[in-house]
Design a protein around this ligand. Structure first.
Ligand SMILES: Nc1ncnc2c1ncn2[C@@H]1O[C@H](COP(=O)(O)OP(=O)(O)OP(=O)(O)O)[C@@H](O)[C@H]1O
Ligand SMILES: [Mg+2]
Length: 330
């Protein structure tokens, strides 16, 4: 049943990040309207799940959301996919086929990766939006449609407009309600929240519901920059659940492609991070600055070397090959 799927999609949007919470709040406020929504964000940040959340909260929820990924369909097929065709409209059109736009009537139409739509089709899409009717290829008359449009992009549309690659008028038509999803690396609380959530879900699915993340594992996850965002995190967690021998997943069980041990852990301060996380970053940055000299770092930070060592232990940072300097001071 469609409805059931959409509800579970809705339940699955998890977040502990203030900006994401604001977006979700805004999304549910506009869900009831027909306003066009443009969701932007890096690959894997959760654009589709947010679109489905909006649909699930809308009065259209009982109908199936119709989605077309503009990047996945060859440009020459995209037009007939979107708008459909009449029998005999072109060689091979042996019978009438309604377009996805028409199939989304009374429902929500998700246009994924809208930036990949050829300019010619952009013009046609604009007309459909403005007039509220679609014309199948080879048709004599248009069909009225009542569609709620949600578009997504992981590219910078304003920049594409400037470069003449995306129609400005269409951009403004789509961008009625912009929802910009932050990258996962800028949602420090979500790294932990989603990691624990995926551990739970993946544990259940794989019959390993006893699995838990160790503090060191969480720390390792938090130190990575997640270029593939939530999708990458989901995959990493699932793999570590399958690979770990013990109920508690250690830092070593977490395998991240391209991970360098202790990369620049002294990242920037980001609104929404906890004081604890800000403290960790300041400590790591200071250590970078002192070339890992813990005595100097402790002095700069105004804490004892013992406190510094305890904190590093909490973060899962290996004890420095106990230097003479440290032993005499600690
Ligand atoms: N807030 C969240 N809570 C739970 N799961 C999430 C969340 N955000 C993303 N996911 C999961 O992460 C994966 C990627 O999400 P989604 O497909 O929505 O991203 P996307 O931005 O559309 O990616 P792409 O740009 O590659 O199309 C999906 O499996 C989705 O269920
Ligand atoms: Mg997507």
């Amino acid at each position: 049943m469609e409805g059931v799927n959409e509800m579970s999609a809705e339940q699955a949007v998890r977040t502990a990040d203030p900006e994401m919470k604001r977006l979700l709040h805004l999304a549910s406020n506009v869900a009831s309207s027909r306003a066009t929504i443009l969701i932007s964000g890096e690959s894997g940040t959760g654009k589709e799940i947010l679109a489905r959340y909006i649909h699930a909260k809308s009065p259209r929820a009982s109908r199936r959301l119709v989605a077309v990924n503009c990047a996945a369909i060859p440009a020459d097929l995209l037009e007939s996919e979107l708008f459909g065709f009449e029998k005999g409209a072109f060689t091979g059109a042996v019978q009438m086929k309604p377009g996805k736009f028409e199939l989304a009537n009374q429902s929500t139409f998700l246009l994924d990766e809208i930036s990949e739509m050829p300019l010619i089709l952009q013009a046609k899409l604009l007309r459909v939006i403005q007039e509220g009717e679609v014309e199948r290829l080879g048709a004599k008359a248009p069909v009225k449609v009542n569609v709620r449009l949600i578009a997504t992009t992981n590219r910078d549309l304003p920049a594409m407009v400037k470069a003449g690659q995306f129609r400005e008028d269409l951009y403004y038509r789509l961008n009625v309600i912009p929802l910009a999803i932050p990258a996962l690396r800028n949602r420090p609380r979500d790294i932990e929240e989603l990691a624990r959530f995926f551990t739970e879900v993946s544990g259940l699915v794989n019959g390993k519901s006893e699995k838990r993340l160790s503090a060191e594992a969480v720390q390792k996850l938090k130190s990575w920059k997640w270029p593939g965002n939530v999708r990458e995190l989901e995959n990493v967690i699932e793999r570590s659940i399958l690979m770990s021998a013990q109920p508690e997943i250690s830092a070593d069980d977490i395998e991240i492609a391209g991970f360098k041990p202790q990369p620049t852990q002294g990242g920037d301060l980001v609104p929404g991070m906890t004081i604890e996380e800000a403290e960790r970053r300041l400590i790591m940055k200071t250590l970078e600055y002192t070339s890992q000299n813990r005595t100097k770092a402790a002095q700069l930070l105004g804490i004892s070397i013992r406190t510094l060592r305890n904190k590093l232990h909490e973060y899962g940072v290996a004890p420095a090959g106990a230097t003479v300097e440290e032993r005499s001071n600690g």
